[in-house]
Design a protein around this ligand. Structure first.
Ligand code: AKB
Length: 345
């Protein structure tokens, strides 16, 4: 039986899934997209995918069915419980974030072996893998490269860091003692900064104060209280650049890659600077700062800036948007259109 060759997207209904599906479906020769998510796909995305599977990455029976039905060429593994949500239920987060990833890596290893060609496995990691020991070190560190300060303080960060290692293991060492060496999974990973989308609002993350203040203002709310201090600084990226990075990394020939895990950076701004940009555009919303100790501690442990020179060198990564372009050419025009059309619905 000839099986359909497909691209599988987990967490397809999440923020990154939205942008990725739109971009893949708009390609001149779009792939056959199988979208997997716990929830039904948003209405506007439904026609853009070939198959929607409502299910759990912990359901190994479901994953087995998908492998028998399809020849999985590429996986974008986006499903995860984010950093704040994970702290409320760390063991559940561990199951979803780690066991879910193992299930998909195993599926990829089996498909790679049966096809004799490595499955490309794109993994969405995060700046949460870092753990800066204190604010003074964070301020003095400058742009942090991939291999320093890897002492995450959240379950999510621990999960992401460990799964980066699992990806490397399934790529280079899986079944290393077997009589015939397995075809390794083609594991490729980006560490996302805080992503800001004009069309979706995140839930359960700790970088959420930035998209939340923007969406609250665009919705015409009278006020928004950010859960961090004014001086809080971490790296951010406009969603289209995050999608661009995933697609670029997916397409680069493996021999160009010198590592499995790459930082990608775009702009770092303090919460106060972001609030000023939002208030310039939406002067009627008052943005205030009411730090929550717990969530503040998490963002303080993330670097202020990251070094993405390896991605730039190996696969030609350059973001399209700095902070000003992100606001003026993507976030503000798109978000104003979005809420204006919601008003008129
Ligand atoms: C979160 O805040 O948990 C995510 C992330 C930085 O990975 N947005």
């Amino acid at each position: 039986m000839i099986r359909q060759r497909v691209v599988l997207i987990t967490g397809a209904n999440g923020e990154v899934g939205h942008g990725l599906i739109e971009k893949l479906a708009a390609e001149p020769d779009p792939p056959f997209i199988v979208a997997l998510d716990l929830n039904e796909l948003a209405h506007d995305l439904r026609p853009l995918v070939n198959r929607m599977v409502i299910g759990d990455i912990l359901d190994t029976k479901l994953l087995e069915t998908l492998t028998t039905e399809y020849e999985i060429d590429t996986i974008y593994h986006l499903a995860a419980l984010l950093s704040t949500s994970s702290e409320f239920n760390p063991e559940t987060a561990h199951r979803v974030n780690v066991q879910g990833t193992v299930n998909l890596l195993k599926l990829s290893a089996e498909q790679s072996a049966s096809r004799g060609v490595p499955v490309r496995f794109l993994y969405a990691s995060s700046i949460a893998v870092y753990g800066m020991p204190d604010i003074a070190t964070k301020q003095a560190a400058g742009p942090v490269d991939e291999d320093r300060f890897l002492n995450p303080i959240t379950m999510y960060g621990c999960n992401k860091l460990y799964c980066e290692h699992l990806g490397r293991y399934y790529a280079a060492h899986y079944q290393q003692l077997a009589a015939t060496r397995a075809v390794g999974v083609d594991f490729r990973c980006v560490r996302f900064p805080g992503l800001i989308s004009a069309v979706t609002v995140p839930t359960g993350g700790t970088s959420d104060y930035a998209p939340e203040m923007l969406h609250a203002a665009a919705q015409g709310k009278k006020s928004y209280a950010a859960f961090v201090r004014e001086d809080t600084t971490i790296p951010f990226m406009a969603m289209p650049d995050g999608i661009k990075a995933l697609l670029l990394l997916a397409r680069v020939p493996r021999e160009n890659l010198t590592r499995f895990v790459y930082n990608i950076a775009s702009f770092s701004r303090s919460a106060l600077q972001l609030a000023a940009m939002v208030q310039d555009a939406f002067p009627d919303t008052a943005i205030t700062f009411k730090p929550s100790d717990a969530r503040q501690g998490i963002v303080d442990s993330w670097p202020a800036d990251i070094n993405d020179s390896a991605a730039r060198k190996d696969w030609g990564w350059v973001p399209d948007f700095d902070a000003e372009r992100a606001f003026n050419e993507y976030l503000l025009p798109t978000i104003k259109g979005r809420y204006a059309s919601a008003d008129s619905d």
